[in-house]
Design a protein. Structure first.
Length: 87
């Protein structure tokens, strides 16, 4: 097992983690920005107003992107298990 192999696995893990988290983070950021603009426009300064829409947006994002995320993590896991004999 070489350093290059370990660094490759670590890099691939980080890239997959960021790729899987990106859609939920973008949805949450977009909804939060929209609610912030709405609050600034209407001068409603309720701090709890942003939580429910963000939670709903992330839940919907998980419903939409869930199968894709599951496929990515399953393929990564299969790849790791197939590389065990090479270690």
């Amino acid at each position: 097992m070489s350093e290059e192999f370990i660094l490759h696995i670590a890099r691939e893990t980080i890239v997959i983690t960021l790729t899987m988290a990106a859609p939920m983070l973008v949805l949450s950021l977009t909804v939060g920005l929209g609610i912030s603009i709405f609050q600034a426009t209407t001068q409603i300064q309720e701090p709890t107003l942003t939580f429910v829409p963000k939670i709903v947006a992330v839940f919907l994002g998980i419903l939409v992107f869930g199968s894709w995320m599951l496929n990515v993590i399953v393929q990564f896991t299969i790849n790791i298990y197939q590389n065990i004999p090479n270690l």
